[in-house]
Design a protein around this ligand. Sequence first.
Ligand code: MD3
Ligand code: FE
Length: 203
Amino acid sequence: PLVPGSTGSTLLRGFALSRVAPLLAALDAIVQAAPLRHMATPGGLRMSVAMSNCGQLGWVTDTRGYRYVRQDPDGSAPWPPMPPVFLELAREAAAAAGYPGFMPDACLLNRYVPGARMALHQDKDECDFTAPIVSVSLGLPATFLFGGALRADRAARIVLLHGDVVVWGGPDRLRYHGVAPLKDGQHAVLGAQRINLTFRKAA
Ligand code: MD3
Ligand code: FE
């Protein structure tokens, strides 16, 4: 297990390393078409993480709430399609972790600069919690906070590095989780940022 007592998740250290160059080229094209932006929470706060999406569905938040939508609300065009290199990496990682046949229809792109963080939350906007979520970390290291079924449960800290892939599924799928404020630093490839790709089956 990823942490003592957890079930369903697997850390694949360095699983994306051999594909970083094509991943970043595809990422560049996506953010040119659908720029990273700081969305608002339902409470009206600006998120410190900048986000965009690719795939048939994209996750958005605004003062009306959280949801998956087919079109980018900034520009009202469909989200860019999921590049084959993204889809293949996500499917191979899921299969390696015991989830064959994973078919993500949404990929959320998160960009953290030093100081950016993500508060503890659950991912509950997807229709099918039996499908895992696959996350790919690129750039600066981050301290991932892995909590329990309740917000008040003590969170374990897991450092995620450039090229790491985590497959979150089974009973772990609904655990609270977040990201501690990103520390200052310079990554050799990405500079002063961390990019996280999360692949989901939203519909
Ligand atoms: C554990 N992103 O976008 S990815 C998110 O690093 C999100 O940007 C974080 O949480 C990031 O919603 C963490 C890893 C992740 C994603 C979904 C999970 C971990 C998860 C769902 C359940 C348990
Ligand atoms: Fe999440």
